[in-house]
Design a protein around this ligand. Structure first.
Ligand code: MSP
Length: 534
């Protein structure tokens, strides 16, 4: 009896191991996906895969932000219901996730019952605690653009024509007592330096908090906005924007259930710099504090993809369609480019030329050709199997040392979110393998009849195979499909962990059957790719 009880306790304790919980922002449902959305998902996916490789039980959430004025308007202009519009957009965005190889565990849509239920529960609790109150205010309202305007919207003292006829109206709404928590938030941020990454963003938040906070208007009257979640304590209103959207992070993991305790607090909310202030750095922590819910561990704030220095977005008409790039160059080339080019936290400029350079040089020449050469030579000179390395000469020792020096630093860089640098170093190692191949020149050794040269030939092919396997292990989080293909071509199963086995230089490949020669990164629109040397 006692034993059964103990086993039960152990099982519960085992099941309750905290997951590594990571989220992206949820995308607005009023547009189609562009490179910025794709980047955030790929970055989050790289972190998720990286953590899985380190042995964590990862829970990865992404989703769609479906309520609001813009969605209502767009649906009206397209002559569909808002729900129909959201269903179509959800299909697009979920299609993007699939196409990008994003390994999310769940996809939350804010029109789902599970979400609406939690939003209502939280609103009611805050209302009952006196944290939400109603107030009446006057302001200038543009029925055409369906928004309140400020004096600063005027041009030369007049309302611009795009706003149509502007009316002064008086309206009653519900407000959340944000200002009461300002002092607490400042202290919290000062005491928890790791809460916002990169650190310079935390400084911006503290700077922002030097000005007094206003309470947050959390509602819109139903007659102005239909497409939202009705307030549980006043059905004449719906919740407005952030009170709805931010709650996704806890509604998706079953707030109030055992599953919630397993995942919360989130380890990372990955967001773009435009939604740090005030929503994620001010509203969200204060909402949670007012509800006695622990805060997420960290906000990871990435920069923007720009085009000639301007933020890429649908409204400025300079967005890049990520799906077209994936279709032409393959998903892992696309993922590689995004992660290699963006220093997490900084902005980066997108250019087709830079994409092509990375594709042709790093991927096509350095990695792709190396794989083709090895497979080609393996079939020609070693019966299509990885031979034994029996010589440990200077070139082998140099390459092994390069591996030892490189892979540890790569892992350190990954751990500190410097993925761009981790990739740079990984590809320096790939260059090192190419340099090794040039030095040993197995295609020349193959012409010799001497037994010593045969040993050297075998050694060079085995060394190239083992070092390729190791580089592809380092690429698992960023280029999972290519890493798996390389493993399969080397007759191996892809490892699920980064551990002393998968990362150690060894001879596990000996005798492994090699796949047929392939071109991993074909040049687009070229019929014939020149045969690689070897
Ligand atoms: N719906 C809100 C987020 C609610 S989270 C509780 C929203 N949606 S969005 O569709 O406009 O943006 C989604 C994410 O994409 C945001 O993190 C945003 O920063 C990011 N990006 C949008 N354009 C971007 C770039 N050009 N570059 C990089 N990421 C940017 O905000």
């Amino acid at each position: 009896m006692l034993l059964r009880f103990l086993l039960q306790v152990l099982k519960v304790a085992g099941n309750m191991k905290k997951s590594f919980y990571i989220t992206t922002a949820i995308d607005y449902a009023n547009g189609s996906p562009h490179l910025g959305h794709a980047y955030e998902k790929v970055l989050t996916d790289v972190i998720a895969r990286h953590r899985r490789l380190l042995g964590a039980e990862v829970y990865f959430l992404t989703g769609l932000d479906e309520h609001g004025q813009k969605v209502q308007q767009t649906a009206r202009t397209r002559n569909v219901t808002p729900q129909e519009l959201c269903d179509a957009v959800a299909e697009d965005f979920q299609g993007l996730c699939l196409k990008l190889g994003v390994s999310n565990n769940d996809y939350i849509r804010t029109t789902q019952e599970r979400h609406k239920k939690v939003v209502c529960e939280l609103l009611q609790r805050l209302y009952d605690k006196g944290e939400i109150y109603s107030a009446t205010y006057s302001g200038y309202y543009s029925p055409r653009s369906e928004q309140f305007l400020n004096e600063r919207d005027k041009i030369d003292g007049k309302w611009p024509a795009e706003f149509g006829e502007v009316q002064e109206i008086t309206e009653t709404n519900y407000f959340f007592k944000l200002s009461a928590y300002q002092g607490w938030l400042i202290e919290y941020l000062k005491a928890n330096e790791a809460f916002i990454f990169p650190a310079f963003r935390a400084k911006q938040v503290l700077e922002f908090l030097k000005e007094p906070l206003n309470d947050l208007c959390i509602s819109r009257p139903r007659e102005r906005l239909e497409w939202g979640i009705p307030l549980p304590f006043d059905a004449g209103y719906v919740t407005y924007v952030w009170f709805d959207a931010l709650v996704n992070y806890i509604s998706a993991i079953g707030y109030g259930t055992e599953m919630f305790d397993k995942h919360w607090p989130a380890d990372f909310h990955v967001i773009g710099k435009d939604i740090l202030l005030p929503p994620h750095a001010v509203y969200w922590p204060i909402m949670l504090k007012a509800l006695d819910i622990p805060l997420p561990k960290s906000l990871l704030v990435h920069g923007w993809w720009q085009m000639r220095g301007e933020k890429m977005s649908k409204s400025t008409g300079n967005s890049v369609n990520p799906l077209a790039l994936v279709d032409t160059f393959g998903v892992d080339a696309f993922r590689y480019f995004l992660i290699r080019e963006m220093n997490v936290g900084q902005d980066s400029d997108f250019s087709q030329d830079q994409f092509l350079t990375r594709y042709n040089s790093d991927l096509g020449n350095d990695l792709g050709n190396l794989v083709s050469r090895l497979l080609n030579m393996g079939h020609r000179y070693a019966d299509g199997k990885v031979p034994l390395a029996s010589v440990d000469g200077e070139p082998e020792i140099t390459l092994k040392k390069l591996w030892e020096d490189t892979h540890k630093v790569v892992l350190e860089n990954y751990a500190s979110l410097a993925f761009h640098r981790g990739l740079e170093l990984t590809f320096m190692f790939v260059k090192g393998i190419n340099a090794y191949a040039e030095k040993r020149a197995p295609w020349k050794l193959a012409k010799s009849q001497s037994p010593q040269d045969k040993e050297l030939l075998d050694t060079s092919l085995a060394t190239m195979a083992e070092s390729l396997r190791l580089s592809s292990v380092l690429l698992l989080a960023v280029m999972p499909q290519i890493a798996e293909r390389i493993h399969v071509l080397l007759g191996q199963k892809v490892p699920s962990r980064w551990d002393s086995q998968s990362l150690a230089w060894g001879d596990s490949l000996v005798g492994s059957p090699l796949g047929e020669k392939v071109i991993l990164f074909p040049r687009p629109q070229e019929e014939e790719t020149p045969a690689p040397k070897g």
